[in-house]
Design a protein. Structure first.
Length: 486
């Protein structure tokens, strides 16, 4: 029998008894609960019904896709047997509007929050149908989707997102009785991190906030992680949890964010029990950035699946993808040094390798949006031009196979270097040197909020205005595709 060891630090007095109990009980750390009784027939089982819904089957976990060719749309509410031809457009604007939030620890969390406040100021965040998030970006995304109106404000959000989560992890891990408890049980570092997330962001009135607490008037939240066994994406959504017969409404948001942030080696994988079978089977989840550090693939696949399932009837006016990307240009500052120690070499090597690989993977992911959306007869020269326009300018408007517009806006922190009116001369260097840990200096966080404001006001004011006009049905004149968008 699996036991949930999601516990608070214990005292020396009761430690021997707990260790003895753990030795007898054994088990595996998981906090998910079954949705249906295992002896209930499949056709009689109820489905999950939370605000974390794809509205389409994109087979996000390891299953036999050859047996799943029915891509009809199941609405986010109603019985499991209910089907419809099109995903409801809750904003009544005819567009699929998706916001993707990248990984990157507290840097991503604070930059994402800054960008989200700017999008909200422009009236665009309120029009989003989906938010897909990865790792640290999930802190801001999940908090927005669950926070009360009075809780979602710059002052409170900045205070919460600059909390020293990594310090909590280190301190709690090094407490002697906690360390012994970890050695004797399956309670691990990811559980400690989830505790810190919960206390700071995802609890209310002493109760842990779950997917059942997501607000109905906020976008549908999709948190991305990676299945350690298959290397494929594992999404915290109704459809995935239906497959493992788990009640998503009761699953803590803090643990989902911890799973999305569980960097291999540094953090332990987050475990889910697979209740679709009576056998003891589990899913082991790690950082979602392993598959897609932008979180945009989930949005694109969801949009395409909904179009297929509705036979082209869903979102008749097209799609809008806004990608909030906290990537930076790595600088180890080695030019003035003759040599480095072994530990420094390992640190700098890991830093440049991970940064370059993630940046290249992110660029490839953005390019895939162009390729996947293009009609079959579009010449290669057009695809290359559209790809270059997105990479160079951070914005492109293309047409999909049905002739509907697809807007892609890449709101990247690295584009700060292209701005002319910066607060001080070393501003670009300052934001580039912010680490991806779950600790952040208040001044660094302040610079990230400044960067979000400057990027929206200087670099992307025109594209965001065009998107806003399209959403509101206002005719607009687009700049020539070869001109830089400033």
């Amino acid at each position: 029998m699996g036991i949930n060891y999601h516990l608070q630090p214990v005292s020396r007095t009761i430690l021997p008894f707990l260790l003895a109990a753990a030795a007898v009980a054994g088990g595996c750390t998981y906090v998910n609960q079954p949705l249906n009784a295992p002896d209930l027939l499949l056709e009689g089982r109820r489905a999950n019904d939370t605000r974390a819904a794809l509205g389409a089957d994109i087979t996000p976990v390891l299953i036999n896709t050859d047996k799943l060719r029915d891509t009809r749309i199941r609405p986010a509410s109603g019985p499991a047997t209910a089907m419809t031809n099109a995903q409801p457009d809750e904003n009544h604007d005819g567009f699929f509007v998706g916001v993707a939030v990248s990984g990157g620890g507290s840097r991503s969390a604070n930059f994402a929050a800054g960008c989200m406040f700017q999008l909200q100021r422009l009236g665009l965040l309120q029009r989003a149908d989906y938010i897909s998030s990865v790792s640290g970006g999930s802190l801001a995304a999940a908090y927005y989707c669950v926070a009360k109106d009075e809780e979602w404000n710059p002052a409170d959000v900045q205070k919460k997102l600059t909390h020293s989560f990594a310090t909590d992890l280190i301190v709690q891990t090094l407490i002697p009785w906690n360390l012994l408890w970890m050695l004797a049980t399956d309670w691990d570092r990811s559980d400690v991190l989830a505790d810190s997330f919960e206390k700071t962001l995802f609890s209310r009135g002493g109760k842990a906030l779950t997917f059942g607490d997501l607000r109905a008037d906020r976008p549908r939240l999709i948190i991305n992680s990676t299945d350690l066994q298959s290397g494929k994406a594992f999404l915290f959504c109704n459809e995935t949890f239906d497959q493992i017969n788990t009640d998503l409404a009761k699953y803590p948001l803090a643990h989902a964010v911890a799973a999305s942030s569980a960097v291999p080696v540094l953090l332990h994988q987050v475990t889910l029990r697979d209740f679709s079978t009576t056998f003891k089977e589990y899913r082991h989840l790690i950082d979602g950035g392993v598959v897609d550090n932008l979180g945009v693939k989930t949005l694109v696949e969801t949009y395409r699946a909904q179009l297929r399932g509705s036979k082209g009837e869903a979102y008749p006016k097209g799609a809008i993808f806004i990608v909030i990307d906290a990537k930076t240009n790595y600088d180890a500052k080695l030019s003035s040094r003759g040599d480095t120690s072994l530990l420094e070499t390992l640190e700098f090597g890991a830093g440049v390798t991970s940064t370059v690989l993630l940046n290249r993977a992110s660029s490839a992911t953005l390019a895939e949006i162009i390729l996947d959306s293009a009609p079959d007869r579009v010449p290669a020269v057009t695809l290359r031009r559209e790809r270059d326009e997105l990479m160079n300018n951070g914005y492109v408007r293309i047409e999909n196979i049905d002739g509907r517009p697809v807007y892609v806006l890449h709101l990247a922190l690295s584009r700060v270097q292209d701005l002319s009116d910066l607060p001080f001369t070393s501003f670009t260097e300052s934001v580039n040197n912010i680490n991806t840990y779950f600790n952040i200096d208040p001044t660094e966080a302040y610079h990230l909020y400044q960067a979000a404001d400057l990027l929206v006001r200087q670099r992307f004011r025109g594209p965001l205005q065009e998107i806003s006009d399209e959403l509101n049905g206002i005719a607009t004149t687009r700049p020539a595709p070869t001109q830089p968008v400033r």
